[in-house]
Design a binder for this molecule. Structure first.
Ligand SMILES: Nc1ncnc2c1ncn2[C@@H]1O[C@H](COP(=O)(O)OP(=O)(O)OP(=O)(O)O)[C@@H](O)[C@H]1O
Length: 318
């Protein structure tokens, strides 16, 4: 017997995510929902940034108001970021809960929360779940841009330069197609290292201001990974109401390789010379020299950044 539930799903699908892996995932989801007669609405993104516009404009028709509404994201970390940013700007609905069906190339959010990879098993779990869980996200302000958010992390320096190089690399598409997308990130990380100049950072948190010099990586995060599985912030979790911060000083490659080894081995890079790591509920960062910035794997461009980040929460259907 098929038990129909009272949920209504607003699906936002980026079919181009994961080098078009999103298309297959969306087709499977649609077929399954039709089969079980689950009410839903499916909107496919048509261009970069479209997910934010769709999410911002979701409205609930009067005849559906007695249902439990949730937004189901099909895509990668970038699409998830855009949907939550849009939902926070939606003036029709306050904080509609979000469920996530990963189909990106990096999928760091999925990795941190151990979300089921099989879209149909994941969907069955989403349909069987009856309440949202609050997870930490970051509220983010930088320069004159309107307030936005980060779900996974925001970074300035080598990680953002790597995103830039990966975005423009033809290798990404090829490696994604053979399910080796993380290798394209690692290959570009090495290129980014060779290109990345060091810079100065001023950080204020908990009433203290500190200045750091010769830095090449600054990352603020709510979860351990960036770049498709690099556990740069191993102590970060979506549930401690803190943002984790790491700064890494630029060193010769031969000293950085052992540090990088510790990142993957046991997370002891956090306690090594030239690494500054802390947690706080709010950070203010100032970087005068123009640098690449990234938020949830989406490039913010190249600028002198003044960033303020504060922990907040968002409801997820986990
Ligand atoms: N129809 C579309 N055509 C081209 N780009 C799109 C379209 N819809 C969305 N996008 C863009 O695709 C980009 C990548 O999306 P997303 O980050 O979800 O996937 P991914 O990069 O494969 O996964 P991950 O971030 O997990 O590595 C986003 O910047 C988004 O704006």
């Amino acid at each position: 017997m098929v038990v129909r539930n009272t949920k209504f799903l607003h699906i936002i699908a980026n079919e181009t995510a994961g080098s078009n892996h999103g298309r297959q995932t969306t087709a499977k989801v649609q077929q399954y929902l039709n089969k079980i007669e689950q009410p839903y609405d499916l909107l496919r993104t048509q261009f970069p940034g479209h997910a934010t516009i769709i999410a911002k404009n979701i409205a609930i028709p009067t005849q559906l108001q007695n249902r439990v509404h949730l937004v189901v994201v099909i895509g990668g970390d970038g699409t998830l970021h855009q949907v939550i940013a849009g939902l926070r700007q939606n003036s029709n609905m306050k904080q509609l809960p979000v469920a996530y069906i990963p189909s990106g190339s990096g999928n760091d959010f999925r990795r941190s929360l151990n979300i089921e990879l099989d879209p149909l098993k994941n969907l069955a779990h989403i349909l069987a779940t009856n309440q949202a869980t609050l997870i930490d996200i970051g509220s983010l302000k930088y320069d004159h841009a309107p307030e936005t958010i980060f779900v996974n992390n925001v970074g300035i320096g080598i990680d953002a330069r790597t995103v830039h190089l990966t975005n423009i690399s033809a290798l990404k598409k090829l490696l994604n197609q053979i399910k080796l997308g993380s290798f394209s990130y690692l290959a570009n990380l090495v290129r980014a290292f060779l290109q990345q100049p060091s810079f100065d950072v001023q950080i204020t948190h908990d009433g203290y201001t500190q200045n750091f010099h010769n830095i090449f990586l600054v990352t603020l995060g709510n979860e351990p990974y960036f770049g498709g599985g690099v556990p740069i912030l191993p102590r970060a979790t979506f549930f401690n109401h803190q943002i984790d911060l790491i700064l890494v000083e630029k060193k010769p490659l031969k000293q950085l390789i052992p540090l990088f080894y510790c990142v993957f081995k046991d997370g002891t890079h956090l306690y090594q010379r030239g690494v500054y790591y802390t947690q706080a509920t709010q950070f203010d960062l100032q970087i005068q020299q123009p640098n690449y910035g990234q938020v949830d794997g989406e490039l913010l461009g190249k600028a002198a950044f003044h960033v303020t980040a504060q922990v907040t929460q968002y409801p997820f259907w986990l």
